[in-house]
Design a protein around this ligand. Structure first.
Ligand code: PMP
Length: 356
């Protein structure tokens, strides 16, 4: 059996998809070549790309008034590309600061915009709706629905009135159904719930296209990318192909409703174990607990390190927390089976029992 991989990203992929990729690696679609070895402009690849877009639209219920783009540069590139594509220099925007990744987005946006912080927390919880102080004249509001490092997740979509809402869904995209119509723009690096690193998903309202600043690189201009069906230049074809297989896997396994149920069962089991433990603790406010990234610790760096090492020896891999917060982090993306969480919970109990 493969070990359980709790990595925060790049993260575990469904083994069914990996097996299919292996199967098709040398001879893709009876073309006599690997998908890596053929033109992105060939009929076969264009078909795959169109199907992937269709599957994103179907899974998330994306309306015809949105473009679905497959880009490069990761979510970090979007920190700059959102300002460059949507705003004129000096525009005022609101950002919600809920931790590490929102701070990164804010720092990058400040290079291009007049950024105001609409709400900020200490990173152990997300702000409540009534703590968010919005500027009606802001060009957009940006937030991070799931903070991968802090392990906090918004249990609601902020209401922003007529101000467009922009969200970095890198670590929770496709983990549950989403009302896309609430958003002006959604972006997500692929390497957690969608596929290998190298691909970035952007879902943007068509009405917002065509505003890019003149200095925006053409390959990062949303409108140009939309016009070229995300094939403006050579895309990361292999990553795109694997993502396409993951999307098919999601559809085959019940879509996002089924993922939401599984993900809640997984996170629920782990948080219940943390609440029942005298050794392991979560410092995240219960209402802000992330379903994808469960952050916890024993309060002792030494015991944490011993736990991480002992867990790895049992095939429970990559539980080390991010260096910014220490402790442990178990990432429970779609590909993690419930059995993986049960194995972790059982091991935590055993570790605690032996130490007591
Ligand atoms: N935002 C969030 C919420 C993330 O989790 C990450 C990656 N861990 C990033 C942004 C940065 O993504 P990338 O490495 O794709 O630029």
């Amino acid at each position: 059996m493969r070990p359980y991989n709790f990595s925060a990203g790049p993260a575990m992929l469904p083994v069914e998809v990996l097996e299919q990729v292996r199967e098709e690696l040398i001879d893709w679609n009876r073309s006599g070549a690997s998908v890596m070895e053929v033109s992105h402009r060939g009929a076969e690849f264009m078909r795959l790309a169109a199907q992937a877009e269709q599957d994103v639209r179907e899974l998330l219920g994306v309306g015809a008034d949105y473009e679905v783009l497959f880009m490069q540069g990761g979510a970090s590139a979007q920190f700059a590309l959102v300002p460059l594509n949507l705003t004129a220099p000096g525009s005022r925007v609101d950002y919600i600061d809920s931790g590490y990744w929102s701070k990164k987005a804010i720092a990058e946006a400040r290079r291009y915009l007049d950024v105001r912080i609409a709400a900020a927390t200490d990173g152990t919880r997300v702000p409540a709706q009534d703590e968010i102080d919005l500027d009606r004249r802001a060009s957009y509001v940006h937030y991070t629905p799931n903070e991968t490092i802090g392990g906090v997740e918004f249990p609601y979509v902020p209401a922003t009135g007529s101000v467009p809402l922009v969200a970095d869904f890198s670590s929770s995209i496709l983990s549950r159904p989403l009302d896309v119509s609430r958003f002006a723009l959604i972006y997500a690096g692929a390497q957690k719930n969608l596929g290998p690193a190298g691909l970035t998903l952007v879902i943007v309202k068509k009405a917002l296209l065509g505003r890019a600043r003149p200095e925006t690189p053409s390959v990062f201009d949303y409108r140009r990318i939309a016009e070229e069906r995300s094939l403006l230049n050579t895309p990361p074809t292999f990553a795109w192909y694997v993502a396409a297989r993951v999307l098919q896997w999601l559809k085959k396994h019940g879509g996002l409703e089924a993922m939401a149920q599984r993900n809640e069962a997984k996170a629920g089991a782990l948080y219940a174990a943390l609440d029942a433990s005298a050794l392991f603790k979560s410092h995240v406010a219960p209402a802000s607990r992330s379903c994808m990234n469960v952050v916890f610790s024993t309060g002792s760096a030494e015991i944490d390190a011993a736990f991480i090492e002992a867990a790895a020896a049992q095939g429970l891999m990559h539980l080390k927390g991010h260096r910014a917060v220490g402790g442990m982090r178990a990432s429970l993306y779609n590909a993690m089976p419930l059995e993986g969480v049960h194995a972790l919970v059982e091991f935590m109990r055993e570790f605690e029992r032996v130490r007591a």
